[in-house]
Design a protein around this ligand. Structure first.
Ligand code: NDP
Length: 485
């Protein structure tokens, strides 16, 4: 029985639209259940509930709010296995990943922002006879709109800082992954979050549009595609909402000739095949120094061959199913294009599992292309699947120029054993998140976010506090008005 429905006013609410959308398990192709799509009335009620919640939550002390969020972190961790299984069914990702990463990194956000909530403060300005000070105040009701690749993590990464700062949240998960945000609602309620502080609405783009167009929402934080980001920003402009956009990418990973080869191969695989390649920050353009390219490709192929593709529920599986038939067709379409534009080095086919339970799943082999054509579409466009392209470079300058030759700027990586070169290169890379000798590592205390058309705003770390507060300046006159009248 699928419980995916709305949650507001501190309880589950049936959608009033009478419309449903299907929740499909991408590994089996089978229906998990029907989800009630929120009507405009439901969305308005969820926003009104968040307004009520704001009156209570914003008046509570930050210490109390922090205590509740830290308790929620513990409760979420206690339900790790249950939530991980939901993510596996909804997303098709391997259980080993969901158990290790998805829920735990969400809980980390609740713990981290719960911990710093009491330390969010303004500043004092000594003006001689008199003084001024600033207050960090919440924005009000925030909307979170999530992508489908890391549903519980995305819900937590938006909700934890929003709530820590005293805001309330109406969250819309992607319609492909509607369920785990509801468990977050249960957990927050159990931890002591008052009714209305965290709310969930369900549906497709039009429900997102109801949020971005609503005058009572002060801030929208979206994780999604660049084109969606542009629409969300345009819609939010109508009421001049604050906006955070965590969008797509086509990030470069540069392997220098002095890199540790085994580490570089591991890094490139992490940057392309984890979560079937459905990760925004993936380093899908792998620039390898020409002198080591053959050796790199040989080792890469040998290791990629050993990856275990299969039933996501099996703890041994390392590559699961793509999220949907539509996305599978997009990814395999790019692979077919790649076969014309580049040299196929490995993979490139649909993977059909022997296991009859998942024979209808949307599995694709981890795929490696090689080309020097910077204009190839597989080099320029986000594929969001397990598709890596290896490209050559001769000099450091050439690598940087090629790496930066993109509209995106989410992430970048460099593998080198030369410390000076590492610093020189990351300083020149146009990306919000750069890794040296590693890839896709995101500790909660470190800000994560984009440059260029990958969006703006930060998640994680203290920088996020700016995104969920507004600064009020208060001037206190200790003397007389210096009046010219
Ligand atoms: P989409 O942009 O398709 O959707 C993201 C969310 O926005 C969904 O909830 C979607 O609803 C909703 N939405 C779609 N159109 C509108 C609209 N006009 N107004 C308001 N809301 C709207 O992205 P995907 O879900 O396909 O996720 C994949 C994308 O997300 C990739 O580009 C990836 O790079 C990016 N991403 C970025 C991350 C980052 O941190 N920078 C992290 C993870 C992913 P629905 O899907 O229900 O129709």
């Amino acid at each position: 029985m699928n419980k995916a429905m709305n949650f507001y006013g501190g309880q589950y609410q049936k959608a009033t639209s009478g419309a449903f959308f299907e929740n499909i398990n991408p590994a089996t192709g089978e229906k998990i259940g029907d989800v009630g799509a929120s009507s405009e009335r439901d969305v308005n009620e969820a926003i009104a509930s968040a307004g009520e919640g704001f009156r209570v939550w914003s008046k509570m002390s930050a210490t109390e709010r922090g205590r509740i969020l830290r308790k929620a972190a513990d409760l979420l961790r206690a339900r790790n296995e249950e939530i991980a299984k939901i993510e596996v069914e909804d997303v098709g990702k391997p259980l080993s990943e969901a158990i290790e990463v998805d829920v735990m990194t969400g809980a980390d956000a609740l713990e981290y922002f719960g911990g710093i909530a009491p330390s969010i403060h303004g500043e004092h300005y000594d003006l001689g006879n008199t003084f001024a000070f600033t207050r960090r105040e919440p924005l009000g009701v925030c909307a979170g709109i999530g992508a489908w690749n890391y549903p519980i993590q995305i819900a937590c990464w938006k909700t934890a800082p929003a709530l820590a700062c005293g805001n309330t949240m109406v969250f819309k998960p992607a319609e492909l992954t509607p369920r785990s945000a509801l468990v977050l609602a249960e957990v927050l309620k159990e931890a002591g979050v008052p009714d209305g502080v965290f709310n969930v609405v369900q549906g497709e783009a039009e429900v997102g549009q109801m949020l971005t167009g609503h005058p009572d929402i002060q801030k929208v934080s979206l994780t999604g595609e660049v084109e969606t980001g542009k629409k969300v920003m345009a819609a939010s402009a109508g009421t001049l909402k604050h906006v955070t956009l965590e969008l797509g990418g086509k990030s470069p990973l540069i392997i220098c000739e002095d890199a540790d080869m085994d580490e570089a191969v591991n890094g490139a695989m992490m940057a392309n095949f984890y979560t079937q390649g459905e990760i925004c920050s993936n380093g899908t353009r792998v620039y390898v120094a020409e002198s080591i390219k053959e050796e790199f490709l040989n080792k890469l192929v040998a290791k990629t061959r050993n990856l275990i593709i299969g039933n996501p529920s099996d703890m041994k599986t390392q590559v699961g199913a793509l999220i949907s038939k539509e996305h599978f067709e997009k990814v395999t379409g790019y692979i077919e294009l790649g076969k014309k534009e580049a040299r196929l080095v490995y993979g490139g086919e649909r993977y059909v599992c022997d296991d009859s339970e998942i024979s209808g799943g949307f599995f694709v082999e981890p795929t490696i292309f090689e080309t020097d054509n910077e204009d190839a579409r597989i080099v320029k466009e986000e594929i969001f699947g397990p598709v890596m392209t290896v490209l050559p470079f001769k000099t450091e300058e050439e690598a940087i120029e090629k790496a930066n030759n993109t509209i995106y700027g989410l992430a970048a990586g460099v593998f080198t054993s030369n410390l000076q070169r590492a610093h020189r290169m990351v300083n020149a890379l146009q990306a919000g998140m750069c890794w040296v000798n590693n890839y896709n590592v995101n500790p909660m205390e470190v800000p994560f976010g984009p440059y260029k058309q990958s969006g703006f705003g930060r998640e994680n770390g203290l920088a996020t506090i700016d995104a969920y507060t507004q600064l009020k300046t208060v001037y206190i006159e200790m003397d007389k008005v210096d009046s010219p009248y």
